[in-house]
Design a protein around this ligand. Structure first.
Ligand code: SF4
Length: 238
């Protein structure tokens, strides 16, 4: 793969160092791979340089076909299997029986119930037993994410949280992806800067914020899935 320009190589080296330090100091580290653009950078660095970190993605059952295609591309490129964590079947049956298959459109409560069953519970199950989890959040993504720290105690989940891409700009993420010729979700080429479940994500219009296409029918302050904080986090939290 191509050499990285100096500035990006320095940033990538800092990420490699932060992840290696997390393994050394924290113990068992797991990466919750969102399959977004930042995830392509972290997957490349982890599977190439810090393979002690295990990676999983949550398959909510409502992802875009393009996201499933991306999972296959990643597995081909790195000749690794990406662990997919699914919701519990019984909980899903209960959810759709009580709220309907598209209940998330009808109320914030129903939407949060869906995210709880399809994302948050599988996430908690996937990180159980680990000492730290890695996330690809960047400061410029939202007001809440601007407050995150590179390494902090995650009071919500009871383990450390490592965020090595906090200072990366979106342009730097894409520069890394292009220079390394990494696979990425083709929806990014169709004005989907942030990609989640298919029914809850849409393309954004020029001038809209990057997260405007997520749960667009809700007030902006409610637009998180529960894995990351919406308001100012406690001192030691993400
Ligand atoms: S993003 Fe939408 S479909 Fe996905 S878990 Fe949340 S409410 Fe359900």
């Amino acid at each position: 793969m191509g050499e990285l320009p100096n500035r990006i190589e320095q940033k990538a080296e800092a990420v490699r160092a932060a992840l290696a330090a997390a393994v050394r100091t924290q113990g068992r580290v797991v990466y919750a791979n969102s399959l977004g653009a930042e995830a392509m950078v972290l997957t490349d660095i982890i599977w190439t340089h810090v393979p002690q970190i295990e990676i999983f993605s949550i398959d909510t059952g409502r992802l875009h076909q393009e996201t499933y295609d991306l999972i296959e591309k990643l597995q081909w490129r790195y000749r690794r299997t990406l662990r997919l964590v699914h919701p519990h079947a019984e909980a899903l049956e209960r959810l759709t029986a009580e709220r309907g298959v598209n209940g998330f459109y009808h109320s914030l409560e129903a939407r949060l119930s869906c995210c709880e069953v399809r994302k948050v519970e599988p996430f908690k199950r996937a990180i159980a037993g680990y000492d730290a989890w890695v996330t690809g959040v960047r400061r410029e993504q939202s007001a809440a994410r601007a407050l995150a720290q590179p390494l902090e105690w995650d009071t919500q989940y009871g383990l450390y949280k490592v965020s090595p891409l906090l200072e990366w700009s979106e342009a730097q993420i894409w520069q890394y992806i292009r220079e390394r010729k990494l696979p990425y979700n083709v929806l990014h080429d169709r004005q989907f800067p942030s990609i989640g479940c298919a029914p809850c994500t849409r393309a954004i219009q020029p001038g809209e914020s990057h997260r405007a296409g997520r749960w667009w029918w809700e007030q902006s302050e409610s637009r998180e899935c529960g894995l990351h904080p919406r308001a100012r986090p406690a001192a030691a939290e993400a």
